[in-house]
Design a protein around this ligand. Structure first.
Ligand code: ADP
Ligand code: MG
Length: 395
């Protein structure tokens, strides 16, 4: 799960991470009011979308930039009016862009230098890691590729936590000394505390800035949270903005389905994440393109299977469905009945190939055959993939 920058600021405040004051606004008037409250001169208006690269982005109506530094509250109000209700396209949004329905009005600071700072979960080393660089405000992937020596990596042992010496080491690697280093160390440990307590998997500050009056402040914030920990993060969960998410994934999460939308035309309905991935691989191997990853879980109910069918068919790109179920705990006959009920309820018209295996499979196959529906039965994974790819090509 992700959150907006203005929500990240609320977490910054709670955990004592230094960052310029900001107020969120949904209308130009609200933005004007917020700007007067914060007070000029020196304000920044920032489009609130779940994507980076806003500063260099362009709105579909031609208006340039999702981040504007202005002098007066009047200018802030005017810029907010230009952004709100418009679609911002950045290198992270894809060509369809993202609708801006909120802007953040924040105090602008005079920047001397921008740094990159992130804490993330490093799966390779099974540690948390700090990634920091003097090349802030830029695309960090590009820095990593072209000038890897400008990136500092500091691993944090999860049992020990971030140690003060490590904060000092990172600050020194950024060339910070004296009071600036002290402030940076304080900010790093506050951020670590936040990262840990809020169950983040990523906190990225790009840029972390030094101001002309000698302050170290976080000017941007990108957060990722561990979805498996959301049950104990009520405050964070309340920040979820489903309008920023793929509507198919939102619907799936309501039914406890693990769904990820993809670009192909063959929908997959599978139990088990490993089997779901193998199914996508084998579709691709036989010349098809999967439309989604979908794991209905080990004990899927008829309601879940029906919901899964509806989500799949809600995607206009889908031209065929491959159901691949291994009845380990599940009874194949129950699944067969679920598929039939779902197919009838959604009046299925596109090709459906079903591969069932495992517990009570013969009864399941007989149920499908007796249903009178146009369901193609497959004997194994290869057979299933070949049949659905052929059916979609023929349609
Ligand atoms: P994005 O990464 O989406 O483009 P940022 O929040 O990083 O958005 O803003 C882009 C740039 O705008 C920053 O690199 C910084 O130079 C400038 N900026 C952002 N916030 C402020 C602020 N409060 N005061 C002054 N400049 C800012
Ligand atoms: Mg940024």
């Amino acid at each position: 799960m992700n959150i907006h920058e203005y929500q990240a600021k609320q977490l910054f405040e709670k955990f004592g991470v230094a960052s310029p004051r900001g107020i969120v606004a949904s209308t130009a008037e609200e933005a004007g009011k917020a700007a007067r409250e914060i007070g000029g001169p020196g304000l920044v208006v920032k489009a609130q979308v779940h994507a980076g690269g806003r500063g260099k982005g362009t709105f579909k109506n031609g208006f340039k930039g999702g981040v504007h530094v202005v002098d007066t509250p009047e200018q802030a109000e005017e810029i907010a009016g230009q952004m709100l209700g418009q679609t911002l396209v950045t290198h992270q949004t894809g060509p369809e862009g993202k609708l801006v329905s909120k802007v953040l009005i924040a105090k602008a600071v005079d920047i001397t230098k921008e740094y990159y700072f992130a804490i993330l979960f490093d799966r390779v080393s099974s540690n948390h890691a700090i990634i920091a660089s003097t090349e802030g405000g830029m695309n960090i992937e590009e820095v990593a590729e072209k000038t890897p020596e400008k990136i500092t990596k500091e691993f944090i042992n999860p049992a020990l936590g971030l140690q003060p010496y490590q904060c000092r080491k990172v600050a020194a690697s950024l060339g910070l000394q004296g009071p600036l280093a002290n402030q940076a160390v304080k900010l790093f440990s506050a951020l670590w505390n936040l990262y840990l307590k809020a169950d983040c998997s990523l906190v990225e500050i790009n840029p972390l800035a030094i101001t002309t009056d000698g302050q170290v402040v976080a000017l941007d914030a990108k957060f990722n949270f561990d979805d498996n920990a959301l049950y104990r993060q009520k405050d964070v969960t309340a920040m979820r903005d489903t309008t920023e998410e793929d509507p198919r994934e939102v619907a799936a999460s309501e039914f406890g389905l693990n769904y990820i939308g993809l670009d192909g035309n063959i929908a997959c309905l599978v139990n088990g994440a490993g089997l779901a991935m193998s199914t996508m691989d084998i579709i691709k191997f036989h010349g098809g393109e999967p439309a989604n990853f979908l794991d209905v879980g080990g004990g899927a109910t008829k309601e879940q299977v029906t919901a899964a069918f509806k989500i799949i068919l809600g995607d206009p790109k889908v031209e065929g469905i491959l159901v691949n179920i291994f009845g380990g705990i599940m009874d194949c006959d129950i699944i067969a009945n679920g598929i039939i009920a779902a197919a009838k309820e959604v009046s299925l018209t596109i090709p459906l190939v079903v591969r069932l295996e495992g517990n009570n499979v013969e009864a399941g196959k007989a149920t499908l055959a007796a249903s009178g529906l146009k369901i193609t039965s497959a004997s194994d994974l290869t057979d299933a993939a070949q049949k659905i790819v052929a059916a979609v090509k023929a349609a």
